[in-house]
Design a protein around this ligand. Structure first.
Ligand SMILES: [Cu+2]
Length: 169
């Protein structure tokens, strides 16, 4: 019996060691620059003002970035004059120029099923917010992923056209 409980303790201990090693490996991954060929995106903590509920920050409050991507959100489009940028710390400025509530999601890849890297939810008509992310080379979508029922009909903002391709080189 004694040997059994000792063995169990050792198993638990090695499990803790494994977890610590995994955590260490994860934080290493976050800090190391990955090869530019992989599409890895990491949200980056920037010195900024208070975040807004729903994500993002008031316009003009991000203080450190390598490039700015401004976009207009409306029925039913996401438009930007900056469809590609170099890898780095990117500031996204999302303005709702439409009449309904929209959101901004940066989606990895070229389909709406990709991972959401960053998101600003609930941007009211006429309002705008900004958000930053450190991005490496890859293909992304700037999209609004709101799906709602309005007057008994499903309104899928992405399906209606609220997305545009975005490339980090
Ligand atoms: Cu929308």
């Amino acid at each position: 019996m004694r040997r059994t409980s000792l063995g169990r303790a050792r198993v638990v201990l090695s499990g803790v060691a494994l977890l610590a090693a995994l955590l260490l490996a994860c934080s290493d991954d976050a800090n190391d620059a990955a090869p530019l060929s992989t599409a890895v995106a990491v949200a980056d903590p920037m010195p900024v003002g208070d975040p807004v509920a729903g994500g993002g920050h008031p316009l003009g409050t991000l203080t450190r970035f390598d490039a700015t991507v401004e976009m207009d959100l409306g029925e039913w489009f996401v438009s930007t004059e900056t469809p590609s940028v170099s890898a780095g710390l990117i500031r996204f400025v999302a303005r709702n120029v439409g009449g309904e509530v929209h959101e901004f999601a940066l989606v990895e890849g070229t389909s709406k099923d990709g991972r959401e890297v960053i998101e600003i939810e609930g941007i009211s008509a006429g309002d705008g917010r900004e958000i930053g992310a450190r991005l490496q080379a890859g293909r992304y979508l700037l999209a609004c992923l709101i799906v709602e029922v309005e007057d008994g009909a499903v309104e899928d903002h992405f399906a209606l056209g609220m997305w545009t391709e975005f490339t980090v080189e």
